[in-house]
Design a binder for this molecule. Structure first.
Ligand code: NAP
Length: 276
């Protein structure tokens, strides 16, 4: 059988850590496969994807700016990808292009792994941000059974758009203080706290002591938000777990084996981020 190929389609794609993750699993399970960075400009995206099976590809991850285009191109979609109108994982089946959105699954899998009792209290989640990463997280939280998901965003119209498509409420980011007191889970999906970006100014003192703070930003590994939460002895979850767990469903589709997110892989990725 020919070497099975997969990769990550993006523009630019140089920053992607997906090859490190999939390369680790391919080596660990002794699979005859390869996973490459695939820089493809938006104008070339459709033709490139249609030609992938001929080049030996079994599928690919899709990142910025192609997630919407991939959604439009797919012949078959999982129900969550259809709801989110976004695709980050494609595979080829019976001559058809198939797509899924695995970010939400990765987000909840990281919480399951790092805070196994996180669903014990699921009355209210406060999600900061309404960009590409927020939608699958809101969808995953409501699917899991969170009663009330509030999306706070700088541009209120984007949060309102999410609230029309998914089960959540929209509030302006400057009102966050008012929502912290009754919050079981606080999730940052904005780029605030990322290396080189600004940071939040609100006061975490208002969060209840049982609240969990999850920041999906993973550069740096410990964001100012996570540091502030730890200083208050709150439980925290960083973004690396989500990055690792969102990769697993694609690997399983392409290479036929459910990969394990091991401590060794986590540490390798953390070392790579720390060196950047
Ligand atoms: P995006 O679509 O560009 O959305 C960016 C979000 O950040 C928007 O809500 C935006 O608000 C907000 N924002 C940006 N600058 C801000 C500021 N100065 N003040 C307040 N809000 C600000 O980006 P994305 O794809 O959702 O990614 C967001 C972050 O999540 C990135 O750091 C990315 O690396 C990380 N991420 C992590 C994972 C993981 O697996 N751990 C996966 C995906 C993304 P406006 O709408 O007002 O502009």
């Amino acid at each position: 059988m020919a070497t099975r190929r997969a990769g990550v389609l993006g523009w630019p794609v140089e920053h992607s850590r997906s090859p490190l993750i999939h390369g680790y699993w391919l080596a660990r399970y002794g699979i005859d496969g390869r996973y490459d960075k695939l820089p493809v400009a938006p104008d070339d995206f459709e033709a490139y994807v249609r030609d992938m099976p001929r080049q030996g590809f079994v599928g690919a991850n899709v990142t910025i700016p192609h997630k919407g285009a991939a959604h439009r191109l797919c012949d078959r979609l999982t129900s969550r990808a259809a709801r989110l109108e976004s695709v980050n994982t494609i595979w080829f089946e019976d001559g058809k292009i198939c797509g899924d959105s695995t970010d939400g699954e990765g987000f909840v899998a990281a919480l399951d792994s790092e805070c196994p009792d996180w669903m014990d209290r699921h009355a209210r989640a406060l999600v900061l941000g309404a960009g590409g990463a927020a939608a699958p997280i809101v969808e995953a939280l409501t699917t899991r059974g969170f009663d009330d998901v509030i999306v706070a965003n700088r541009t209120l119209a984007k949060a309102e758009d999410l609230s029309r498509r998914l089960t959540c409420r929209a509030v302006p980011l400057e009102d966050v203080d008012a929502w912290l007191a009754d919050c079981d889970l606080l999730v940052n999906t904005t780029s605030l706290g990322m290396k080189g970006e600004g940071a939040f100014t609100f006061d975490l003192q208002r969060l209840p002591p049982h609240a969990i703070v999850d920041d999906i930003v993973y550069v740096p590994l410990v964001t100012p938000l996570l540091a502030a939460a730890r200083a208050r002895n709150l439980r925290t979850v960083g973004g690396l777990g989500m990055l690792l767990h969102q990769a697993a469903p694609g690997f399983e589709r392409w290479f036929g084996l459910k990969p394990e997110v091991t401590r060794e892989l986590y540490d390798r990725l953390a070392a790579d981020v720390a060196a950047s």
